[in-house]
Design a protein around this ligand. Structure first.
Ligand SMILES: NC(=O)c1ccc[n+]([C@@H]2O[C@H](COP(=O)([O-])OP(=O)(O)OC[C@H]3O[C@@H](n4cnc5c(N)ncnc54)[C@H](OP(=O)(O)O)[C@@H]3O)[C@@H](O)[C@H]2O)c1
Length: 380
C-alpha cells in the first residue's frame, strides 16, 4: 500500500486525487494533507481519510476544534514544506497553486520521496535545479498535468527519451480561442472562468484563457523530457481528446487519448508503474471529429512571451511566472483588463536584469522583486 501525502488537498487537483484514492482503498493510504486557509474542508477531508498529520498556512477557523481524532497539526507560511519533512510518505502529490509550491517540491526532492508534480510553477521557475536535484537523489518526478502525463505514457519502454524527435502539446485554446483581438478587449472574469472542456482552479483557468498555461507547459515539457524548445510544438485541439503526442526519430507519432478528466493522469502518477482500474467515462470515437490548428501568438501573446523567456533562461522564467501570478490575481479581482496581462508581463521581462545559472535564492529574490515591480507598474 502506498502512503500518499497531498499538498493542496482542498483544491481542484487535490480533491480529485482524494476521489481516486477513495476508489482504491487497498492501494493507497493518505498520510498527510495540506491547505492554505480552507480549514473547514481540510478538517472534513482529514476526518474522512484520517492522515496522521495536516498542515495549514493560515489557520483561520482553528482546525484543531474541527478535527474528530488525534492528528498532528503544522501551521505557518512554510507549513507544507515542513509537513513534507515530517511525514513518512512514499509519494508526495504537490497540487499547490503558484510559486508557493516551489519549496515543498524542493523538500520532497531533498528527502528523496517520489514526487507527483501538478504544481507546474515549480518546474517553470526552477526547472534546472529541480531536475538536477532529482537526478542527484535518484528520485522520480512524475507528471500530473494531462499533457505531460500523455507524453510520459507514450514514452514507456521500449522507446526511450533518446528517440524523441518532437513533442506536440495540445491545447484546448480556452474560452476565447475564436475571439478576435477586438472582442478580447472587453472580456469579463466570468467569461474567462468558463473553460470549454476542463474544470480547474481559478488561476489555471485564466492561464488557459490567455494561453500562458500552454507556455508554462512548454517549459515544463522541456525539463521533464529534455527536449529543446524548437522541438516542442503547440497545436490548438478544441475537442481535448488527444492529450498530447510524441513524434519519434523514425516518423512514428504516438498519442494518448481519452475524455478530458484529470482523474486519469492523477491516478496514473499515483499508481505508476502500475495501471489501475479507471473511473473516467469511456471514449466514444464514433461521430467525433478531431481538429488541430496553429495557435495565434499575435492574439495570445502570453504563449510567445513564455517561449521567449524560456529561451533566454536564467531568472527570466521566474519573472514571467511572478508577473503572471500578480496580474492574474488583479484580473480576477476586476482591477485589470484581460489584454493588459501580456502587456505588463512583457514590461516586467524587459526591465529585468537576469541572473544566469541562478540559485534557489536568486529565483525567490527575482520572484519577490518582480511582484513588487509589477504592482507598482499597474498602479502608475
Ligand atoms: N486543476 C487542474 O485541472 C490542473 C491541471 C493541470 C495542472 N494543474 C496545476 O495544479 C496546481 C493546482 O491547481 P488547482 O487547479 O488544483 O488549484 P486550486 O483549485 O486553486 O487549489 C490550490 C490548492 O493550493 C492551496 N494553496 C493556495 N495557495 C497556497 C499557498 N500560498 N501555500 C500553500 N497552499 C496554497 C489551496 O488551499 P486553499 O483551498 O486553502 O486555498 C488549494 O488546496 C497548479 O499549479 C495548476 O497549474 C491543475
Amino acid at each position: 500500500m502506498k502512503r500518499v501525502l497531498i499538498l493542496g488537498s482542498t483544491g481542484s487537483i487535490g480533491r480529485q486525487a482524494l476521489e481516486v484514492i477513495k476508489q482504491h482503498p487497498e492501494e493507497f493510504k493518505v498520510v498527510g494533507l495540506s491547505a492554505f486557509d480552507n480549514s473547514e474542508l481540510l478538517a472534513q477531508q482529514a476526518n474522512e481519510f484520517k492522515p496522521s498529520m495536516v498542515a495549514i498556512v493560515r489557520d483561520s477557523s482553528c482546525i484543531s476544534e474541527l478535527l474528530n481524532y488525534k492528528c498532528h497539526i503544522i501551521t505557518g507560511e512554510d507549513a507544507p514544506a515542513r509537513l513534507v519533512e515530517a511525514c513518512a510518505a512514499d509519494i508526495v502529490l504537490n497540487s499547490i497553486v503558484g510559486i508557493a509550491g516551489l519549496m515543498p517540491t524542493v523538500s520532497a526532492l531533498k528527502k528523496g520521496v517520489t514526487l507527483a508534480l501538478a504544481n507546474k510553477e515549480s518546474m517553470v521557475t526552477a526547472g534546472e535545479i529541480i531536475v538536477s536535484m532529482a537526478r542527484e537523489k535518484n528520485t522520480a518526478i512524475l507528471p500530473v498535468d494531462s499533457e505531460h502525463s500523455a507524453i510520459f505514457q507514450c514514452l514507456q519502454k521500449p522507446e526511450g527519451y533518446g528517440e524523441i524527435k518532437r513533442i506536440i502539446l495540445t491545447a484546448s485554446g480556452g474560452p476565447f480561442r475564436d475571439y478576435t483581438v477586438d472582442m478580447l478587449k472587453d472580456v469579463t472574469v466570468d467569461q474567462a472562468l468558463k473553460h470549454p472542456t476542463w474544470s480547474m482552479g481559478q488561476k489555471i483557468t485564466i492561464d488557459s484563457a490567455t494561453l500562458m498555461n500552454k507556455g508554462f507547459e512548454v517549459i515544463e515539457a522541456h525539463w521533464f523530457f529534455g527536449v529543446e524548445y524548437d522541438d516542442i510544438e503547440v497545436v490548438i485541439h478544441p475537442e481535448s481528446v488527444v492529450h498530447s503526442m510524441v513524434e519519434f526519430i523514425d516518423g512514428a507519432v504516438l498519442a494518448q487519448m481519452g475524455v478530458p478528466d484529470m482523474r486519469l493522469p492523477i491516478q496514473y502518477a499515483l499508481s505508476y508503474p502500475q495501471r489501475l482500474r479507471g473511473m473516467i467515462k469511456p471514449l466514444d470515437l464514433r461521430g467525433l471529429t478531431l481538429t488541430f490548428r496553429k495557435p495565434d501568438c499575435e492574439k495570445f501573446r502570453c504563449l510567445q512571451l513564455a517561449y521567449d523567456a524560456a529561451l533566454k533562461g536564467g531568472t527570466y522564467p521566474a519573472v514571467l511566472n511572478a508577473a503572471n501570478e500578480v496580474l492574474v490575481d488583479l484580473f480576477l479581482k476586476g482591477a485589470l483588463r484581460f489584454l493588459d496581462i501580456p502587456v505588463f508581463i512583457e514590461e516586467a521581462l524587459n526591465r529585468h536584469s537576469p541572473i544566469y545559472n541562478p540559485s534557489l535564492e536568486d529565483i525567490i529574490y527575482a520572484d519577490w522583486r518582480t511582484r513588487d515591480a509589477v504592482k507598482k507598474m499597474v498602479v502608475n
